[in-house]
Design a protein around this ligand. Structure first.
Ligand code: ADP
Ligand code: MG
Length: 719
């Protein structure tokens, strides 16, 4: 079958209801062809296959119910003010009491028309669908979908679970469902080619691809929502397996392409490295030395380095990065270093500037007439003339090391001789960005070396799938003299004691962080909470200098506060989670984290890693709002009892269990449709074998598999 004949490569515009305008919207979801629609898999499902007796309802589930409205009334909404002005219903809500033979429930409408009100009057029979929640005194459903029924009417139910697709603006669920249904019809008639080896399908007793797709889009009425949301159905397992194989193949291809490129080779003398390390002010740990050796060896090659460096919080990745940079700047080439936030970029800049200004001062000034500037910081803050001046300097090679945020990606940033790109805290940068930065230094087939650093613990097997295009190094040792951070878990009711402890520590010359967190995603609320806390602490502890940083402050203000904290002028720094990654203030030895029970363990570990960086014994207080659930108690205990990021991540995973729900695909590997490299880690070994088998025995399957699962996004590989 050629690509033109086979239906799955046809444009979405061949579907009913898709014209050029809709096609553009679908492109935003990566849907160009019928195959893209077929592999745009549901995020979750709704069960509209059966009517649930009202007496059996449980909060948190979406259900279909049927009944007669016993009573209906308009009430002033409790949230009248905030719901109010400008909205239809202006602060009033319509409450309907719906009952069947088993029980009753409240339907609540915050906005409603007169005709809706009439169709929801006492005595009317309706069927409705919505999510059941705890309301005031009884269960309720807010804004259910509903349809009016005559006395004995029994409209048919859905015969399959209803898929809920990832969507985009301007494309409704109903549209996505309709498109998927059209493509499934084609699938039934025409089938899709199987690219996994037949032997493998037999061996694993995987269902055929068409059958698996049918089941994932339209699970039979009898399928349990829970099991399908746990992603354990054989059809799902099969698709996951295929996606992981495709991903692995794409990474391997990416790696091969990289290896066809050339990079400048840099030989570093042992003595040069040693004398540089002397200026750092500490001895490298054994693990740092090992990793530096690996990197220096990579840089000696004319094959571009692509290395992922993992090291727990505080393991000293910055010094390793500096040694890598040394190899390059010492030969007059340029290094770009990128960090995810301005605070971090500023901090990296300070480190590098101190280390390399000394170095250039000592080693290079004699050799060259006008020594180039060692370091420069480029962030979104740089605007106008000063920015242009910096850009000119970068372009002319007047600066060796450029530290920055994503501002380094911008089109008008051109380097003179970029030979090494270092990306710090990589989990915030996607593969696209890392490739786009590589392009910056590209000249024909010549590309810069790349070093990607992260504190996120990545099990080796996972790294080999998700980052199969990279080599992998680990710093598995902390600098000597680090004391374990003693961690305590305390209820919020004992806040006064905690404040007293902070006060005492600060009066004894220690420095502390007070981290405010909220469960709401809202940054505004988080910042307000931090402001309020800072104010309160200021009232209680007016003899101390209290600083505040949060995400809504201007960058310059944030930097100034962090600088003053670093200089010891601020005793207590109240912050939101903006300080989560990388902020390095070795003097700080106490950290209070509010609402700790609401954060992920890895995030807490990152936060806690802000203290315990110096020689001092450090402490971390995890405050929680009681009552604490048993699960939350266990989670916090993991943190109290462990100090290794790896172990914490592992236990966290064990506790969350394999694949909580389909919705938790946030593993840092963007764009996977059904696989989750953490949840599905157990498959990875076999996935690797299958990928190798395909490479050797059926290389013609590689391209179609990659197109099928990675769609156009994999085109980055060939830019
Ligand atoms: P991370 O790996 O989290 O980025 P950093 O590079 O910020 O860690 O290092 C954490 C702290 O440890 C810094 O203050 C750094 O100067 C210090 N440090 C790094 N390496 C060593 C070492 N070998 N001995 C002592 N201190 C070190
Ligand atoms: Mg760091």
């Amino acid at each position: 079958m050629t690509q033109d004949e086979s239906f799955e490569y046809q444009s979405v515009q061949t579907l009913k209801g898709v014209g050029p305008a809709v096609a553009i919207k679908l492109e935003k979801l990566g849907l160009y062809t019928l195959q893209d629609v077929l592999f745009h898999l549901p995020l979750r499902y709704e069960d509209r296959t059966r009517v649930v007796p009202i007496g059996a309802l449980q909060p948190g589930r979406q259900v279909v119910i049927e009944g007669v409205i016993e009573h209906s009334e308009v009430r002033l909404s409790r949230k009248g003010k905030s719901w109010g002005k400008g909205r239809a219903g202006s602060g009033r809500s319509l409450l309907c009491y719906l009952a069947d033979a088993t029980g009753g429930i409240v339907l609540r409408f915050f906005h409603f028309s007169a005709s809706q009100q009439a169709s929801l009057a006492a005595g009317k029979r309706i069927r409705c669908f919505g999510e059941v929640r705890y309301g005031a005194g009884s269960l309720e459903i807010a804004h259910p979908e509903y349809q009016s029924l005559t006395e004995h009417e029994q409209p048919p139910m859905q015969t399959t679970l209803t898929p809920v697709y990832p969507k985009t603006e301007g494309v409704h669920q109903t549209m996505l469902r309709n498109l998927a249904a059209q493509v499934l019809t084609r699938l039934r008639d025409e089938g899709v080619p199987e690219w996994l080896p037949q032997s493998l399908l037999r061996e694993k007793a995987f269902p055929g691809l068409s059958q698996a797709l049918e089941m994932v889009h339209h699970p039979d009425a009898g399928t349990s929502l829970r099991s399908i949301e746990a992603v354990q159905h054989p059809a799902q397992q099969r698709l996951i397996f295929e996606e992981l194989v495709a991903y692995r193949l794409s990474m391997l291809q990416c790696r091969q392409q990289t290896r066809q490129n050339q990079a400048a080779a840099f030989v570093t003398k042992g003595e040069t490295l040693n004398s540089f390390v002397k200026t750092l002010g500490f001895e490298l740990t054994g693990a740092q030395k090992k990793v530096v050796r690996e990197i220096i060896a990579d840089l000696k090659n004319s094959i571009p380095m692509m290395r992922l460096l993992q090291g727990d919080v505080g393991s000293g990745k910055t010094a390793v990065a500096a040694c890598a940079a040394l190899a390059v700047v010492n030969r007059s080439a340029q290094v770009a270093i990128m960090a995810p936030t301005e605070i971090l970029a500023g901090q990296l800049y300070e480190n590098f500037n101190t280390w390399f200004s000394d170095w250039f001062g000592n080693e290079l000034k004699s050799a060259e007439n006008s020594a180039p500037q060692a370091c420069l910081l480029l962030t979104g803050k740089d605007k106008g003339k000063p920015r242009e001046a910096k850009l000119a300097q970068i372009k002319q090679g007047g600066v060796r090391i450029v530290v920055g945020t994503h501002a380094l990606f911008q089109d008008d940033v051109a380097f003179n001789n970029l030979a090494l790109v270092i990306v710090d805290e990589q989990h915030r940068f996607g593969v696209h960005q890392r490739l786009s930065l590589r392009e910056k230094g590209a000249r024909g087939k010549r590309v810069p070396h790349q070093l990607i650093m992260t504190a996120t613990p990545i099990p080796r097997s996972l790294a080999m799938t998700a980052y199969a295009d990279l080599d992998y190094s680990v710093i598995d040792e902390l600098p000597a003299g680090r004391k374990r951070i003693s961690t305590v878990v305390i209820a919020d009711q004992r806040r006064d004691e905690v404040i007293a402890r902070v006060a005492e520590a600060c009066r004894n010359g220690e420095q502390a962080y007070w981290v405010c967190t909220l469960v709401e995603e809202s940054e505004v609320l988080q910042c307000q909470a931090a402001e309020a806390t800072a104010q309160q602490l200021h009232q209680d502890l007016h003899d101390l200098n209290i600083g505040l940083v949060h995400g809504r402050m201007k960058q310059a203000e944030k930097d100034a506060v962090v600088a003053r904290f670093k200089a010891g002028e601020i005793n207590l720094l109240v912050a939101t989670t903006v300080i989560e990654v990388g902020v390095d203030v070795p003097g700080a030895s106490l950290m209070i984290i509010e609402n700790a029970e609401r954060l992920g363990l890895s995030q807490l570990h990152q936060l806690r890693g802000r203290v315990g960086r110096g020689e001092k014994q450090s402490a971390c207080v995890l405050m929680y709002q009681s009552p604490l659930s048993e699960k939350a108690r266990q989670r916090l205990a993991i943190l109290r009892e462990n100090s290794s990021g790896f172990i914490i991540a592992q236990k966290d995973l064990e506790m969350r269990g394999a694949g909580e729900v389909l919705g938790t695909r946030q593993t840092g590997v963007a764009g996977m449709r059904i696989a989750d490299v953490l949840r599905d880690e157990f498959m990875l070994e076999e996935v690797r074998e299958a990928a190798t088998q395909i490479q050797q025995q059926s290389p013609q399957s590689i391209a179609p598999l990659i197109t099928r699962w990675l769609g156009r996004s994999q085109q980055y590989g060939s830019v």
